[in-house]
Design a protein around this ligand. Structure first.
Ligand SMILES: *[C@@H]1O[C@H](CO)[C@@H](O)[C@H](O)[C@H]1NC(C)=O
Ligand SMILES: *[C@@H]1O[C@H](CO)[C@@H](O)[C@H](O)[C@H]1NC(C)=O
Length: 935
């Protein structure tokens, strides 16, 4: 191989660099200060002192410049130790109380275990103590009362059990007590009422049992109280009306609280958020709420409340969110509600509300979410709906609405979901719906719509789900629907549609598809012939099942390429094509996919829908519970489907947007496999890097696993690059994404112990945040190296067609180099704008071969490789990145650079840097071209 020399030289350089570092390490000096000694003992008490706190050296004279150490600027005495998020392992370091001036100690979010260290109780000056998000077990010590200066105590996210000891309430200065997410299982003690300075009390997510003590009403300074999901029963104490300073939260959700809502808590003048949902509260909503002067959110959902919604609610000028779904409320929506100047979320579904929806409601430009589904609302939809221009969700299904859809509905540019199913709406489907360019879901099923399907719907280019079933629609299916690239669920069944099924629909990758019970004729487009569509064409007398001689093979790539998460390959070589679509179809599909399968049998898991016990493991401080996660698993919220399961998007009640990945458990029912999963997820949850998508928590039951991530508003690199939006990614952005993703992978490979392999690096797994910063995602197939390196017989090779390193052909063992190959493919996507496998490459040719072949062509081959959508100006900047891509995709794994080297090379390829030094560049470019051509 001619390129051997280059990479060898690079390796030598790196090696020499390492040697120099070792040589220059200064000789050990005598200990210079007591503080250094104490802190070095802290460090050495850890299990992994070599890997953490690397700038803590006993040869230093003072610890004041060390990571995590803050000193008093004059006295140079340590006042503050913050070792949070540093991957510390071992017991909680506790020999720190000899640091006489220490006021703040934070070791949150590490892997520290053992019980609460008694030695810490000697730190009499400590004002702030944070041991949160660790692995600490046992009871809280009563001797905690010795920490008489303590103001803030955060022990959340551990495994503390037992009771809250009386000593804890003998801390006169305590302002903030956070015990969230532990296993505390004795009742909430009434002595907490003694903490007269307490402002912040969070006891959520524990197993207390018993009732809420009346004495908590004595905490007159309280600004915030959260008792979410704490296994509490009984009633809401009337004394809570005394918490007049309460400002941020009164959160009692997810308990078993009964009885009615005391009217006293409707009198808290500073309270902004009242969360009482998911209890057994009954009776009427208290009428007198005029003193809720600051309230923004009221959530009473999922209780047994009856009666009507009080008119007084229409006077709460600050109200932004009103949720009261899942109760037995009746009567009309109070007229005043429509005039509330800030109301933006209104969810009252699943009640017995009636009357007309007040046209006035739509006057509010702030309104974003309206869900009034499954009530008894009547009458028509007012044309004024067009005034609510900020609406994103309009859900009115399951009522008795009639009349027709007003054309003004087309004036809602942000509308994302429009659900009007199961009503009595008639007339034609307005072509103005085509103006809804942000629409993802359009559900109009079970109504009386007539006329034809307007082709204008194809202008809703972001449409994912379209359901027009069970109406009286006539005419043919518009071929323009084939332009809806993201459409993956289409239901037109039980109408009177005629003509042929447009062959254009074959371009799309459907999860579900149904045109049953119409009057369709002709042949079925080839790509729709699939086992899962067995009952999708029934009840059409003239539709022909044999469809093998289609004009043009519908691109197999549509199903096999990663352009959409939803377009995973059609599963392993286990095809049980049923019914009339027999063996010939099978052969066609197998042939068209055979090339991609040489190295691969796709990942297969089976859907299991068991209602079982769920447990949640959280990796960050969370403002939600597993129930909230579970209740978001609505099919309406599906944003994608990958090989390993579905992805849902959810906006939780605290406003946080998350993506929930529901993994299907393996069909074999191998429970051993599940066990490994938990350990793995635990590790992944500890990963902390700006270019790694944040795994917030994992919920698991016997049958399914849910991974909850930060939601990434800009989708995946795959979407951005290969969808119509692609032109918005200029080279500077693409470069930034490449570098960010490389840094994320380098962290996994080099900075984390044990090494984490991704095993499925692809553009669809590189997500983009608001600023187009890359976040590597989906470790669905990743294995911790320990497991990965052993002879694990992967029943399937992990990875995705087009990204899989060639060594998979001869070994099931994987290492970092396979990730690096896949990353090289991603770089090629960024440079060429093409997908890893494209029909234009020809049979059996993937992007790597294609690029290499092009580069062999002397004049102009190189230019053909560069994405024509990028201006000429970018060309020179792209070359060094192309070089990195070529290095990463070398056939022999050992010739590929490490991820760290990749980052380094990409840093050198910074676009601006090259422009700065144009003269130098032309020389550099020449040498680059030489190297590229050698490949
Ligand atoms: C409309 O929504 C945007 C954000 O989605 C918000 O910034 C803006 O203030 C809203 N407009 C009104 C009038 O509420
Ligand atoms: C399609 O719709 C028909 C009629 O509603 C139903 O019987 C059939 O099961 C549906 N098929 C699929 C695949 O959804």
């Amino acid at each position: 191989m001619k390129d051997k020399d280059g990479s060898f030289a690079m390796c030598v350089l790196v090696l020499i660099g390492g040697l120099i570092l070792v040589e220059l390490a200064p000789p050990i000096k005598p200990i210079a200060s007591v503080q250094v000694k104490i802190l070095m003992e802290l460090k050495n008490s850890l299990e992994n002192p070599d890997k953490v706190l690397t700038n803590w050296r006993e040869t230093d004279e003072t610890p004041c410049g060390w990571t995590g150490v803050t000193c008093d600027p004059n006295l140079k005495l340590v006042t503050d130790i913050d070792l949070s998020n540093m991957n510390l392992r071992g017991l909680v370091p506790s020999l720190i109380c000899d640091l006489q001036n220490l006021v703040s100690y934070n070791v949150g979010n590490n892997y520290l275990g053992g019980s609460f260290p008694a030695k810490l109780l000697h730190c009499s000056k400590l004002e702030y103590l944070n041991l949160s998000q660790n692995l600490i077990v046992g009871e809280l010590p009563n001797g905690i009362s010795r920490l008489q200066s303590l103001r803030n105590l955060d022990l959340s996210g551990n495994d503390f059990s037992g009771s809250i000891p009386p000593g804890l309430s003998d801390l006169p200065l305590l302002e903030s007590l956070i015990l969230t997410n532990n296993l505390l299982n004795d009742t909430i003690p009434s002595h907490l009422g003694k903490l007269s300075n307490l402002k912040w009390l969070d006891l959520a997510y524990n197993s207390f049992g018993g009732v809420i003590p009346e004495e908590l009403g004595n905490l007159s300074q309280l600004l915030y109280i959260r008792l979410t999901k704490a296994n509490l029963s009984g009633t809401i104490p009337n004394s809570f009306g005394n918490l007049t300073q309460l400002t941020y939260f009164l959160d009692l959700s997810y308990n078993n609280l009964q009885g009615s809502i005391p009217s006293s808590i409707m009198q808290l003048p500073k309270l902004s958020k009242m969360e009482l949902y998911s209890n057994n509260l009954s009776g009427h909503i208290p009428r007198d709420m005029k003193n809720l002067l600051s309230i923004t959110d009221i959530d009473l959902s999922n209780n047994s409340l009856s009666g009507s919604i009080p008119d007084e609610i229409g006077k709460l000028q600050t109200l932004e969110l009103l949720h009261s779904w899942g109760n037995h409320l009746e009567g009309e929506i109070p007229p005043g509600l429509a005039d509330l100047p800030k109301l933006n979320k209104l969810r009252l579904f699943n009640n017995n509300l009636s009357g007309k929806i007040p046209a006035g409601l739509w006057n509010s430009v702030h309104l974003e979410i309206v869900d009034l589904s499954y009530n008894n609302f009547q009458g028509g939809i007012s044309p004024d709906v067009g005034l609510a221009t900020n609406l994103t969700l309009l859900i009115l299904s399951g009522n008795r609405l009639n009349g027709s859809i007003p054309p003004e509905i087309g004036n809602l540019p942000k509308l994302n979901k429009l659900h009007l199913s199961q009503n009595l709406i008639s007339g034609s489907i307005p072509l103005h719906l085509g103006n809804l360019s942000g629409l993802n879901e359009l559900f109009l099923s079970d109504n009386h719509f007539s006329g034809t399907i307007p082709p204008e719907i194809s202008k809703c280019y972001q449409l994912i789900q379209l359901n027009l079933s069970r109406n009286s629609l006539t005419g043919s299916i518009p071929s323009e629907l084939g332009n809806l690239k993201d459409l993956n669920q289409l239901d037109l069944s039980e109408n009177n549609l005629s003509g042929e099924i447009p062959v254009e629909l074959g371009k799309l990758s459907f999860l579900s598809f149904n045109v049953s019970f119409n009057k369709l004729s002709g042949a079925v487009p080839q790509c729709l012939i699939n086992e899962k569509f067995n009952t999708s064409f029934i009840g059409n007398a003239d539709l022909r099942a044999e469809a093998l001689k289609a004009v043009k093979p519908c691109s197999a790539t549509a199903a096999d390429l990663p352009a959409h998460e939803s377009s995973k390959g059609p599963g392993p070589l286990v095809w049980a094509v049923g019914g009339t679509f027999a063996a010939a179809a099978l052969i066609y599909l197998v042939e068209s996919c055979l090339h991609f399968r040489k190295y691969k049998a796709c990942f297969n898991m089976e859907e299991t829908e068991g209602r079982a016990l769920w447990s949640m493991t959280s990796f960050h401080k969370l403002g939600f519970s597993e129930y909230e996660v579970l209740s978001s698993l609505d099919e309406d919220n599906v944003i994608g489907t990958g090989g390993a399961g579905k992805v849902y998007k959810a906006t939780l009640s605290n406003g946080q947007e998350v993506a929930i990945k529901k993994l299907r458990t393996e069909a074999t029912g191998d429970k051993k496999h599940d066990y490994g999963f938990n350990a793995e997820v635990e590790t992944l949850g500890k990963l902390r890097h700006k270019n790694i998508v944040k795994l917030l928590c994992c919920c698991s039951s016997q049958d399914a696993k849910l991974l909850v991530y930060d939601y990434m508003p800009n989708g995946s690199l795959g979407d951005q690059l290969h969808s119509p939006k692609a032109s918005s990614l200029n080279w500077a952005t693409r470069y930034k994404i490449a570098l960010g993703a490389a840094e994320g992978l380098a962290y996994l490979h080099h900075d984390y112990n044990p090494t984490v392999l991704h095993c499925d690096v692809k553009s669809n797994n590189i997500l983009l945040d608001l600023d187009y910063e890359a976040r590597v995602a989906d470790f669905g197939l990743a294995r911790i190296l320990q497991t990965c390196g052993k002879e694990v017989s992967f029943s399937s090779v992990p990875g995705t067609c087009g990204y899989i390193a060639p060594e998979y052909a001869y070994t099931p063992k994987v290492n970092e180099k396979s990730d690096i190959y896949s990353f090289g493919v991603v770089l090629m996507e960024l440079i060429t704008g093409k997908m890893p496998v494209e029909p234009e490459f020809g049979d059996g040719v993937d992007i790597v071969r294609w690029v290499c072949d092009k580069l062999q062509i002397k004049d102009g081959g190189l230019l053909e490789v560069l994405d024509p959508r990028l201006g000429r100006g970018s060309r020179e900047d792209m070359l060094p990145v192309l070089k990195v891509a070529l290095l990463c995709t070398r056939t022999l794994p050992m010739q590929r650079p490490s991820m760290r080297e990749v980052v380094q090379m990409l840093l050198e390829a910074h676009p601006k840097q090259i422009h700065k030094d144009a003269k130098h560049f032309s020389a550099k470019r020449d040498s680059l071209l030489v190297q590229i051509n050698l490949k």
